[in-house]
Design a protein. Structure first.
Length: 124
């Protein structure tokens, strides 16, 4: 399984990648903003899941989600948004844009594991 982590914080990308590695997901690509994330996605159309931040320069996570959903190649790509934006309105906005699940920072490895399982349809 190949995952793409997009976050402008290198520390947050490392935390997510390390958590994913502990959960058995070793094939993880990364992008430092929405534009780079889109480039990685276009060059790796076999990515199985996108995990993205919301607040980033160049192209934010919401714009990235909308761009991904507008491309038929990625119409069914599972997307988890990991962000500090925890208000109900933000969650609804992200879900309407096409996010499959939502994690508010800070989060525990267990939360990431549960959200991944839910999105992938895996029984824990």
């Amino acid at each position: 399984m190949k995952l793409l982590v997009v976050d402008d914080s290198s520390t947050m990308r490392r935390i997510i990648k390390n958590t994913l590695a502990r959960l058995g997901y070793k094939n993880v690509l990364e992008g430092e903003d929405g534009l780079r994330g889109w480039e990685v996605l276009e060059n790796n159309t076999d990515i199985d899941m996108l995990i993205t931040d919301w607040n980033m320069p160049e192209m934010n996570g919401l714009e990235l989600v909308k761009k991904v959903r507008a491309d038929e190649r990625f119409a069914d790509l599972p997307i988890i948004m990991v962000t500090t934006e925890g208000g109900k309105a933000e969650v609804i906005t992200a879900l309407k844009a096409g996010v499959n699940n939502y994690i508010v920072k800070p989060f525990t490895p267990q939360v990431l594991k549960e959200k991944l399982a839910a999105v992938m349809g895996i029984e824990e």
